[in-house]
Design a protein around this ligand. Structure first.
Ligand SMILES: [Zn+2]
Length: 422
C-alpha cells in the first residue's frame, strides 16, 4: 500500500479539490480523502490529474520529427517520407524508437498509449520467424519504460483504391504492412500474448483505402461484442472520401454503419472530413472520435467538426499520432483552439470536457474503462502539473490546459515513473 498527498486534485467536477490523500493498493486507488493532512504520504505539489491516454500512436513516426516539417507537399508526400523510414526498420530499431517515444510520453503526462501497429513483416513482406516480432518489440518497449499499452494490431491489405474503384495491390513498402488476407491476420494475432496488468489487446482497420468491406467484417467478427476496441483512420483526407464513394457509393462513415461496425467500441481516428449525415451516424452510435490536432495540422489534414460531433453524441479523445509533438496539454487545448479558428467562436468545449477527452474517454477507447479518473477503484495512473503560486482554484484547470504546462510527476499503476515534486 502506498499513499500520495495531492496539494490539489481534479476529482471529476468543475473545480479541483484541495489536500487530497490517495491510498493505492495493487495498482488501484482504494481511497480518496479530501481535506486530509499529508502525514508521511508522498507529496505531490501542484494539480494532480488522471494520467492522459494517448489514444492514437504510431511510435516509429517519431523518426520523422524535424525531417518532414520543411519544404512543400501534402499528406501524400509526407506519406512517401514516412514509407522511407518504414522500409528501414527491423525489430531492434523498432524497439529502440518505441522505447524513446514511450519514455517521452511518460515525461509529458501520458500514462497509457494505444499503438496503431501496422508495420508487421520483414522488408520483403515475408513474416519474421516470429510473425509477431514487431508487435513484441512494442510491448517490450512499453514494459521497459512502464507505460500502459493497448496494442491495436492493424489489418492492412491493399495499396489504395484505383480510378475504377478496385483495390490496388500493396506497393513494395506496403507489403510489410499486409498479412495477405484477413484470415492470415486473424491467425497471426491469435499467437499474441494475452492481456496483462499493463497490456491489453485491441484491433484496427487501417482505413477504407487499405481494407475492403469483406475484410472489415472479419475484424468486426473477430472482436465480437465483448468490448474489444476497434480503431480506424476515418476520412483523414478528402481524396479517400471520393475514392470510397466511387468504389462503394457511400462515405466511409456510411460504409462502416452499413457493415455494423459503428458503436461504442469503435474509435474513429481523425474524423476530419465529414458530411452532416456522417456526424449524425457517428454521434448516434456513440463512437469515440480521436482528434490528433498537432499531427493533423502538420500533415495539412484539416480541422474536424469536434463540437458538432459532441453535440450529436460522440465522445472525443486525443492522440499524438505521428509524434511531431508529444504533449497531451497541447493536444487537448488544440481541439478547442482549432475550433475557434474555424468558427470564430470561443468556448466550444468546456475545460472539464476537454480534460475528460484526454483522460477517461481515451482510457475507455483503449479498453481500460476503469482508468482516467481519480476515484476509488480506478487505475492509479496520475500526472501532477505545476501551478502559478496563488492561482485561484477556478482557474487551475484552465492554467493546466492552456498555459505552459510543467509536468512534475507521472505515476502508472501507483508506481512513480517520474517525480520531481516530492
Ligand atoms: Zn494514424
Amino acid at each position: 500500500v502506498s499513499r500520495y498527498w495531492c496539494e490539489w486534485a481534479w476529482l471529476g467536477g468543475d473545480l479541483p479539490t484541495a489536500s487530497v490523500l490517495l491510498t493505492v493498493d495493487e495498482g488501484r486507488i482504494t481511497a480518496v480523502e479530501a481535506g486530509a493532512a499529508a502525514g508521511d504520504a508522498t507529496r505531490l505539489h501542484g494539480l494532480t490529474l488522471p494520467g492522459f491516454a494517448n489514444a492514437h500512436s504510431h511510435a516509429f513516426h517519431r523518426a520523422l520529427r524535424g525531417r518532414t516539417q520543411s519544404g512543400e507537399g501534402s499528406f501524400w508526400t509526407w506519406r512517401d517520407q514516412m514509407y522511407r523510414v518504414a522500409e528501414t526498420l527491423n525489430p531492434d530499431s523498432y524497439f529502440e524508437l518505441a522505447r524513446s517515444t514511450y519514455a517521452e510520453m511518460l515525461a509529458a503526462g501520458y500514462t497509457a498509449v494505444g499503438e496503431f501497429h501496422y508495420l508487421h513483416h520483414g522488408p520483403d513482406g515475408k513474416p519474421y520467424d516470429d510473425p509477431n516480432a514487431m508487435s513484441e518489440s512494442l510491448l517490450a518497449a512499453a514494459a521497459e519504460v512502464g507505460i500502459r499499452i493497448t496494442l491495436l494490431d492493424t489489418l492492412y491489405l491493399h495499396g489504395g483504391i484505383g480510378p475504377d474503384g478496385s483495390y490496388l495491390p500493396p506497393n513494395p513498402v506496403q507489403r510489410r504492412f499486409s498479412d495477405g488476407s484477413a484470415a492470415a491476420w486473424v491467425a497471426r494475432i491469435g499467437h499474441l500474448g494475452t492481456d496483462g496488468s499493463r497490456v491489453r489487446h485491441g484491433a484496427a482497420i487501417h482505413s477504407v483505402r487499405a481494407v475492403d468491406p469483406a475484410a472489415m467484417r472479419v475484424v468486426r467478427d473477430r472482436c465480437g461484442d465483448g468490448g474489444i476496441p476497434i480503431h480506424i483512420h476515418l476520412s483523414e483526407q478528402p481524396v479517400e472520401n471520393d475514392q470510397c464513394r466511387a468504389a462503394h457509393g457511400r462515405t466511409p462513415a456510411q460504409l462502416l454503419a452499413d457493415l455494423g461496425i459503428l458503436g461504442e467500441r469503435l474509435t474513429a481516428v481523425h474524423a476530419t472530413h465529414l458530411t452532416d449525415s456522417d456526424i449524425s451516424l457517428l454521434g448516434t452510435a456513440r463512437v469515440t472520435a480521436c482528434f490528433c490536432p498537432t499531427t493533423e495540422r502538420d500533415l495539412a489534414d484539416g480541422v474536424g467538426p469536434s463540437r458538432h460531433l459532441v453535440e450529436a453524441g460522440a465522445r472525443l479523445a486525443i492522440g499524438s499520432d505521428s509524434h511531431a509533438v508529444i504533449d497531451p496539454f497541447q493536444e487537448v487545448g488544440a481541439v478547442e483552439l482549432n475550433e475557434r479558428l474555424v468558427t470564430l467562436i470561443r468556448g466550444n468545449h468546456s475545460v472539464r470536457s476537454l480534460l475528460e477527452a484526454g483522460t477517461n474517454n481515451g482510457y475507455a477507447a483503449l479498453g481500460w474503462p476503469e482508468g482516467g479518473r481519480v476515484e476509488s477503484g480506478a487505475l492509479a495512473d496520475l500526472v501532477t502539473v505545476g501551478l502559478e503560486p496563488g492561482i485561484e482554484p477556478e482557474h487551475m484547470m484552465g492554467w493546466a490546459l492552456f498555459g505552459t504546462t510543467t509536468v512534475g510527476a507521472t505515476i502508472v499503476a501507483g508506481e512513480p515513473i517520474r517525480t520531481s515534486t516530492e
